[in-house]
Design a protein around this ligand. Structure first.
Ligand SMILES: Nc1ncnc2c1ncn2[C@@H]1O[C@H](COP(=O)(O)OP(=O)(O)OP(=O)(O)O)[C@@H](O)[C@H]1O
Length: 248
């Protein structure tokens, strides 16, 4: 079992026991159990179709129509970020962040969140005027303004170019260090998982088949020996050689 980065609260934010989720006769999640502690950043890898999004949707309570059983406890204050920013095109940036917020100071909080993601001064812009990376910044601001105890992110940087992706890694790292939500990040990118997470999981056959603590101090260097060891171990669990491309 993994050891964990220091400074984390030992109480679990997420407790999953014997979770089953099936489509027809196929159990995509098969007696899966998992804890995520408060403030812990967990990345989830797995081949295409292994059930990563199914798990994330279960945690987000977005799977009412899916057959299943088991116990799942997750915080009420949960935010989700998807690969596409899912902004309402007819609302400006500020209105997108404020949407659904009932707090009296919603506007001020949304402005502060936009400043945190580097979009100060863009409050009145329309989504279509923003780059893909900027739209994802808005999506992050929209999540954080709700002060979530759990942040679920389903390949949030998958559609971005390599440089923007690296910038978004820095941003997400800073935001998580400041707000300390528990995080479950679904990604296909092994290096992204190692660079960002306290723990990296691999999902296969409906179960967690690897649970690896990333015991590398920040800032993490991709060329670091330990980084390479963890990469190789994860690639092994994913069924690919260390230098072969990850199957889509
Ligand atoms: N609504 C649905 N109806 C039927 N089958 C589904 C449905 N949603 C997902 N599945 C199936 O469940 C399996 C897991 O899907 P899921 O989207 O969770 O995988 P994933 O690991 O997130 O894949 P990817 O990495 O390609 O996004 C797949 O075989 C998929 O076809």
């Amino acid at each position: 079992m993994a050891t964990h980065a220091g400074g984390l609260n030992a109480a679990p934010a997420v407790e999953i026991r014997n979770l089953v989720r099936s489509f027809g006769s196929r159990a995509v999640l098969n007696n899966l159990s998992l804890d995520i502690r408060k403030g812990e950043f967990v990345a989830l890898l797995g081949r295409s179709g292994s059930g990563k999004s199914t798990l994330l949707r279960a945690l987000a309570d977005l799977d009412d129509t899916v057959a299943g059983s088991g116990r799942l406890e997750a915080p009420e204050k949960t935010s989700v970020v998807f690969q596409d920013a899912r902004l309402l095109p007819w609302k400006n940036v500020l209105a997108n962040v404020v949407l659904g917020l009932e707090a009296e100071d919603a506007g001020a909080r949304a402005r502060a969140a936009l400043a945190e993601v580097g979009l100060n001064g863009r409050e009145k812009a329309w989504p279509m005027e923003l780059s893909g990376g900027e739209q994802q910044r808005v999506a992050l601001a929209r999540s954080l303004v709700r002060d979530p105890e759990l942040l679920l992110a389903d390949e949030p940087f998958g559609a971005l170019d390599a440089l923007t992706r690296l910038r978004m890694h820095d941003l997400l790292r800073q935001l998580c260090a400041r707000h300390r939500p528990a995080v479950l990040l679904v990604t296909h990118d092994v290096d992204e998982a190692i660079a960002l997470a306290d723990r990296v999981l691999v999902l296969d056959g409906g179960e967690i088949v690897a649970d690896i603590a990333v015991d590398i101090p920040a800032p993490r260097d991709h060329g670091d020996r330990r980084f390479g060891e963890i990469r190789n171990e994860l690639l092994g669990h994913l069924g690919v050689g260390a230098h072969a491309p990850l199957p889509a």
